[in-house]
Ligand binder design. Structure first.
Ligand code: NAG
Ligand code: NAG
Ligand code: NAG
Ligand code: NAG
Length: 385
């Protein structure tokens, strides 16, 4: 159990020093990690922390922001709490805690439906899928769905890891790391039922996926943490669910750059760029001096996903990464190593990430009070808002 401490600190804008013009131009980032939520500005060459909520024992490892109401929903992976904040984006960033509601424990991912009236939580820690009614001020549990099925080899529980809304806005795909399966949640008419599922190979351990669309075709690619494989599927829509046709399965490292330690290696997250071509996968605990981000290229003519190159993540355990809203920068959250936050330039033509970072922020400056010197206490989540 984690210690719930009331010792908190809220330093709003106290460290902001940039001139008003560069403040306006700076990208605003939301960062989550053990014991804290941080607001940061990225001005193209450095990160600056502009606000924070530090609460010992929490792990806000995933967040969703509803801009129509300025509401920030933050999981606490260490408990069953869903924490709500208001976050105003005009002018000085302003993060204010509002309330806490209780759902399943160990939620690691949140996803809205299209109308942002429902929010689905993937509870890795308790093998549940929470469906929240978030149409009002206070979220209410709308439905809770236990994850079932055969467990993977050596697994003792199901672990839903993500819930990603498909491009039509009707279905969510939920990778179950413990059950080597993809679950399809149908949101139509407020049903929120698992209507189909796709078994993966034994020991796959799927973690995070992403959709790729091309003309009328839809593809889904999933990075598997336990096997370090990336699988590409073509998806077809049935009356009630999704059907998966496997296109390819390959190493998340590509053929030429295997991990130094295949035992510890654990693929992390997937980012599909807006061009529906560039796919990035974070490779964690590779045993190399730093971990890495592999770049794959989707070719619609050949219907293939091909490894292109790999760059350093600038640290260890890149649990999360995300592209800037304009697609020009990849933000990386490393839980360990020297650099907790890293910004990499993304080439608009090739999609390649430049190996030399635009900016890095030392991990030790990104660790919550009380966690100094602890392993992997760095950022777990980063997103431009
Ligand atoms: C608010 O969020 C919606 C959904 O993500 C997005 O389409 C819209 O552009 C956002 N509006 C603003 C003002 O950022
Ligand atoms: C920070 O957030 C936590 C919920 O994670 C809340 O309990 C606490 O009151 C907040 N602190 C402040 C100073 O608002
Ligand atoms: C990681 O280390 C392995 C083994 O030493 C090496 O083959 C591989 O190229 C390294 N990866 C990168 C990205 O340098
Ligand atoms: C590789 O990783 C495993 C699992 O974390 C660890 O036990 C082992 O010591 C590592 N091997 C090396 C050479 O570091």
């Amino acid at each position: 159990m984690m210690l719930q401490s009331l010792t908190t600190l809220l330093a709003l804008g106290s460290m902001a020093s940039a001139a008003p013009t560069s403040m306006a131009a700076a990208r605003k980032l939301l960062v989550g990690g053990p014991g804290q939520i941080l607001l940061a500005n990225f001005d193209g060459s450095s990160f600056e922390i502009t606000g924070k909520n530090q609460t010992a024992g929490t792990a806000p490892s995933w967040m969703r922001y509803k801009n129509s109401t300025d509401t920030l929903y933050a999981v606490d992976e260490n408990s069953a709490s869903l924490n709500l904040f208001t976050l105003g984006l005009t002018g000085k960033p302003d993060l204010k805690y509002t309330s806490t509601v209780t759902g399943s424990s160990g939620v690691v991912f949140l996803e809205f439906n299209k109308a942002q009236t429902r929010m689905v939580g993937a509870a890795y820690g308790s093998a549940m899928i929470d469906v929240w009614d978030v149409s009002g001020d206070v979220p209410k549990i709308f439905k809770q769905i236990p994850v079932d099925g055969t467990l993977g080899p050596g697994q003792t529980a199901h672990h839903p890891h993500q819930a990603l809304l498909d491009p039509t806005g009707r279905f969510m795909i939920i990778p179950d790391l413990g059950g080597d399966q993809l679950l399809v949640l149908d949101t139509k008419d407020d049903k929120y039922e698992i209507t189909s599922r796709q078994a993966l190979f034994k020991g796959a351990g799927p973690r995070h996926g992403g959709f790729i669309t091309h003309e009328k075709k839809t593809f889904y690619t999933v990075a598997c943490e336990l096997s370090n494989k990336v699988i590409l599927f073509e998806i077809s829509y049935t009356d009630t669910g999704l059907a998966f046709k496997e296109i390819s399965t390959q190493s998340t490292y590509g053929a030429a750059f295997p991990p130094a330690n295949a035992t510890s290696a654990a693929a992390g997250t997937v980012v599909v760029a807006n061009n529906n071509v560039d796919v990035y996968i974070s490779n964690r605990l590779s045993g190399n001096a730093t971990d890495s981000i592999a770049h794959f290229v989707f070719d619609a003519q050949k219907t293939s996903l091909a490894f292109a190159n790999t760059v350093s993540s600038g640290g260890i355990l890149p649990r999360d990464m995300s592209l800037s809203n304009d697609g020009k920068v990849m933000f990386v959250a490393n839980q360990g190593g020297d650099n907790g936050l890293v910004a990499l330039h993304r080439c608009g033509t090739t999609g390649n990430l430049a190996p030399k970072p635009l900016a890095m922020k030392a991990l030790k400056e990104l660790v919550a009070p009380g966690l100094e010197g602890q392993a992997n206490a760095g950022p777990q989540f980063v997103q431009e808002i």
